[in-house]
Design a protein around this ligand. Structure first.
Ligand SMILES: C[S@@+](CC[C@H](N)C(=O)[O-])C[C@H]1O[C@@H](n2cnc3c(N)ncnc32)[C@H](O)[C@@H]1O
Length: 266
């Protein structure tokens, strides 16, 4: 169907059939999730960091991991990106994304894939979105490592739900075994484990504090360029921290460097 064939009534009917929606979008006058518990979401979030990304993405490639109904993929296409690929493991959300893109006449590819399988893409992207997904994963650092190893080719736009303090404690390179107080500092990186459910959602597994989001990004080989709002980090691929590289990719390196146990210390 061409964009013009989508009358308001037809759009409303289809929006209803494809629901419930997590992304509230305005599809030619029809709102997809007007009752969203976070308000006009993700527009309210996007407004807080949209100016941190290049306004013109002509010729650039964009990957949106965990794209849901495609809000960010569509914003990137509107900025002129040559190729935009949205991934999600949930077919219901992908059906919403394909429909929303069609109604708006945006040429975007959407594919069912888990973040753990990004190595299969065999392609790097100028901009990678990894927004609102980390805390849904059982293995969050593995996902960041895989993104860094296989698909990140420039910018990473990262966001996670965060809980705990927003304080970021400057960290020493190392701490003595007997140093324990530092772990209780609210600014020390902490990843809160959710054993059962959080916010009535049992797909929530982890809630990092701000220091932990930043530390995990650095540990996975991303340099943080800016932090335009509390939960959002604009990063660029950076060299992996040396001492950890062997531990992350043992096949490509000599034995990992490990701290040597000292006498009198367990
Ligand atoms: C909270 S929504 C975030 C959607 C969008 N990125 C945003 O920020 O508005 C989380 C999305 O991640 C997807 N997701 C969760 N685990 C995933 C995985 N392992 N691989 C790919 N997508 C995943 C969910 O299906 C859902 O669409």
């Amino acid at each position: 169907m061409s964009t013009q064939d989508w009358t308001t009534d037809r759009i409303r009917e289809r929006v209803q059939a494809l629901g419930p929606w997590f992304h509230n979008m305005d599809l030619r006058g029809v709102q997809t999730a007007p009752q969203h518990f976070l308000g006009d979401y993700p527009t309210v979030k996007w407004r807080r960091f949209q100016d941190s990304l290049p306004a013109d993405l002509s010729g650039k490639t964009v990957l949106d991991i965990g794209c849901n109904a495609g809000f960010y993929a569509m914003e990137m296409k509107r900025r002129g990106a040559a190729r935009v690929l949205g991934l999600d493991y949930d077919e219901d959300y992908l059906a919403q994304a394909r429909f929303a893109a069609e109604v708006q006449g945006l040429d975007i590819e959407f594919r069912q894939m888990s973040v753990y399988d990004v190595g299969q893409l065999g392609e790097r992207f100028d901009v990678v979105f990894f927004i609102g997904v980390l805390y849904h994963l059982r293995h969050p650092l593995l996902a960041l490592d895989l993104i860094r190893e296989h698909v990140a080719g420039g910018l990473l736009v990262f966001q996670s739900l965060q809980r705990g303090s927003n304080k970021v404690l400057p960290l020493a390179e190392d701490y003595e075994f007997w140093e324990t107080a530092v772990f209780d500092d609210p600014g020390y990186p902490k990843l809160h484990f959710i054993e059962r459910s959080y916010s009535h959602d049992n797909t929530n597994w982890w809630a990092p504090n701000a220091a932990c989001s930043a530390a995990m990004l650095r540990a996975a080989g991303f340099g943080i360029e800016s932090n335009p709002e509390d939960e959002v980090f604009i990063c660029r691929t950076a060299p992996l921290p040396d001492a950890r590289y062997g531990a992350v990719y043992p096949a490509k390196n000599a034995a990992p460097q490990r701290g040597r146990a000292k006498e009198g210390r367990p």
